[in-house]
Design a protein around this ligand. Structure first.
Ligand SMILES: Cc1cc2nc3c(=O)[nH]c(=O)nc-3n(C[C@H](O)[C@H](O)[C@H](O)COP(=O)(O)O)c2cc1C
Length: 412
């Protein structure tokens, strides 16, 4: 074997190979840029946020099986691409509940959002406005209905209602939301009582955060979060009085376990815009609300935060889409961690999806810039997945593009 010939390297040949990145002075911007997935943002969020706030977001009810299964169900799909289609252009826009959206997802309503990052709902609404996607404000939001509208006047705004004991106050909220230009109401129906969020109980999670020895120790490792919390507007609720107690206690004072379909019909009669029921978990209940004339349903188990071991919404989707898809718009959430998950849901009949934790991981990782980053990551994944499947418009996605592989099957 002949010996390899070596020579002295010439500096001039190295120059074209050098790609040193221009150093970024802003650490947050640098970290956000290097996050390629929602999971990367989750890990960044975990480093930057005190444990009680991170766990409140990341956690779910009881043994957290609902959430784990929902995420697994998205991983357990097989895509079926078509070849040699012209995908030089790709369009991710469509009409959802009577108005256009630029991407097939909206920001889900989440409570206590300023606890995760003080920029809170205003950051979410502004990022949604820039991206052309809807932003849903929760009854338990930490910015007011009017402040969100003023911060993002061009965003499509949805309001989420927990119907509670005091009907007059619920109705006052609806009036304010309608006056402030919110076009859609999401009535959440999966919370007769609060789910058992064990991480919160173990962390002694309370609103506002209590200064225990543990939280003081935590402040030492998350100084930026505590500085933000203590130097901005105190945490309070969009729609309610100030509160001091645990999250579960708070929820239980609000939720009305005696609600029935008649109450739902009454709320619907009070709302002038589109009316959507959030938290549908069976075909029978989907039919029951569609028969009552709702404009849309959200197949959701509340991100696994209520009943543990509840049905996985993504697995209910094909049957519900077949049976009631022609009569109502089906939205879906729980477990979405990538743009490919969203494409799969659209292919199986969802008109649109909602993202809860994915948005909050972005928010915790970097405030408004973090929400922009998560939207960009999802948008890029959606566009790439569509092209690789051989489709250039959402309407071309069909159930033939996706097989749901079954890990657990019912015992008959
Ligand atoms: C921290 C947190 C707070 C939430 N608060 C509300 C709420 O106030 N009202 C509501 O209808 N849903 C609430 N949800 C549920 C979300 O709207 C959504 O259904 C769920 O997050 C979807 O699952 P995902 O987190 O896997 O995307 C909350 C979810 C999280 C993670």
């Amino acid at each position: 074997m002949s010996a390899m010939q070596r020579r002295v390297p010439r500096i001039g040949e190295l120059a074209p190979l050098i790609r040193f990145r221009r150093p970024r002075l802003n650490r947050t911007a640098r970290h956000l840029e290097s996050a390629l997935t929602v999971e990367d943002l989750r890990l960044l969020a975990k480093r930057r946020t005190p444990r009680a706030a991170f766990d409140y977001t990341d956690g779910a009810a009881e043994d957290e099986i609902s959430l784990e299964r929902a995420r697994q169900a998205f991983r357990d799909i097989e895509f079926h691409p078509a070849i040699l289609r012209d995908v030089s252009k790709v369009d991710t826009s469509r009409e959802v509940l009577g108005a256009p959206v630029a991407l097939p997802f909206a920001i889900a309503p989440t409570g206590f959002t300023r606890l995760m990052h003080t920029a809170g709902e205003l950051a979410g609404a502004r990022a949604a406005e820039d991206a052309g996607i809807p932003f849903a404000l929760s009854t338990l939001g930490t910015a007011s209905i009017e402040d969100v509208a003023a911060a993002a006047p061009g965003a499509r705004r949805w309001f989420q209602l927990y119907m509670w004991h005091d009907r007059d106050r619920s109705m006052a909220l609806l009036r304010r939301a309608a006056e402030a230009g919110y076009d859609t109401l999401l009535a959440t129906v999966d919370c007769p009582v609060a789910g058992a969020r064990r991480r919160d109980s173990r962390n002694g999670m309370s609103i506002p955060p209590a200064l225990t020895l543990r939280t003081v120790a935590d402040a030492a490792v998350h100084p930026a979060w505590w500085f933000d919390l203590l130097t901005t507007e105190p945490l309070s609720f969009a729609s309610l009085d100030r509160w001091s107690g645990t999250v579960a206690q708070y929820m239980d004072t609000m939720f009305d376990p005696s609600l029935t379909f008649d109450d739902l019909a009454w709320v619907k009669s009070q709302w002038p815009g589109r009316f959507v029921v959030k938290g549908i978990q069976s075909l029978a209940d989907a039919r029951a609300v569609v028969d009552r004339g709702v404009d849309g349903i959200v197949l959701s188990n509340h991100g696994g935060r209520q009943l543990d071991r509840a049905p996985v919404p993504f697995q209910l989707l094909p049957e519900v889409a077949r049976e009631v898809g022609a009569d109502t718009e089906i939205l879906l959430d729980t477990g979405i961690m990538s743009g490919a998950d969203i494409v799969a849901a659209i292919a199986l009949g969802a008109r649109c999806t909602l993202i809860g934790r994915a948005y909050l991981y972005g928010l915790m990782a970097g405030g408004q810039a973090g929400v922009h980053r998560v939207i960009d990551i999802l948008a890029e994944q959606i566009r790439r997945t569509m092209r690789l499947l051989g489709v250039s418009e959402l309407a071309e996605l069909t159930p033939q593009h996706v097989t749901q592989l079954q890990r657990l099957v019912p015992r008959r």
